[in-house]
Design a protein around this ligand. Sequence first.
Ligand code: TYC
Length: 138
Amino acid sequence: MTMTPNLPLSPLPSRAGRARPIAVGGPEDDDGRRRGGDDANFETGTVTKTRPKTKRPNLYRVLLLNDDYTPMEFVVLVLQDVFNKSREDAMQIMLHVHQKGVGECGVYPYEVAETKVTRVMDTARKNQHPLQCVMEKQ
Ligand code: TYC
């Protein structure tokens, strides 16, 4: 009987020098948001991270500061005109600022907040009132 010479067993493909799948975190990112799901393909060593492409806009609070000179009625009109508040809400916010020194007029994406601050400052300057309006990252 003829014997086929024993061929050396072919070694298992080595991973040396090739990308290996890596463990990809838990169910949440650093900021606590869920990812869409992770998929590690161990055949090819390819790790695909998928996450929803939705981004929360950076939001900014627009604040009014109190001063001793700007007339209450002017502040109420600014709140109605620039921040689209009802007369009642505008009065409440103005009184809050008057009593506490600072108060929130609204929360908006960066460019909207910036435009509102500019409108308040422009109308205050034109009317020679020292009213101050600022924005801060939420
Ligand atoms: N303190 C002002 C006054 O007594 C009124 C005022 C309220 C001014 C709110 C500014 O952001 C302000 N006339």
